[in-house]
Write a new protein. Structure first.
Length: 149
């Protein structure tokens, strides 16, 4: 989960090099990205699900990455390098600069607790819960507030 910022935010001049965060399986990680900064998501073990979400800082989690707006702007196709992901305010939020996976699910929601319990699997971690847990410090109160990845 990322928090890009737009107007008036300088590009980071931090020369300390890239930071690496390895996220434990079935958990989430939140980080902030300033305008001009880059980040990369890597699936270390292959065939893992990564539910990616982003919100615009300073909007109380209201302005966020929207797959519906992104699909609209891209004619329903998966974004390619050089294209933008869009917010629910119809503004670009992130630019794809490289993509080595090229297969992305932009259609379905994050899995959630009831999805598992209706199938008889109880106390199973879910992507929506993982996102809500790491977004709690930013004001998210429930996995029901998680945007579609």
């Amino acid at each position: 989960m990322v928090f890009p910022e737009f107007a008036g935010v300088p590009t980071s001049n931090d020369q300390s090099g890239p930071k690496t965060h390895i996220v434990k399986a079935a958990h989430g990680f939140a980080f902030e990205v300033r305008k001009g900064e880059h980040f990369r998501v890597v699936d270390l073990y292959g065939e893992q699900v990564v539910d990616f979400a982003a919100w615009v800082r300073g909007t109380d989690l209201v302005q966020k990455l929207s797959m519906a707006y992104t699909r609209y702007h891209l004619g329903g196709v998966t974004p390619a390098a050089g294209e933008y992901l869009w917010t629910n305010k119809d503004e670009p939020i992130l630019k794809v600069v490289a993509d080595t996976v090229k297969v992305h699910d932009q259609t379905f929601m994050s899995c959630f607790p009831e999805m598992y319990s209706k199938r008889g699997v109880h106390d199973h971690r879910s992507c929506a819960t993982n996102i809500a847990e790491v977004m709690r410090p930013y004001g998210m109160g429930s996995y029901l507030e998680v945007t579609d990845p």
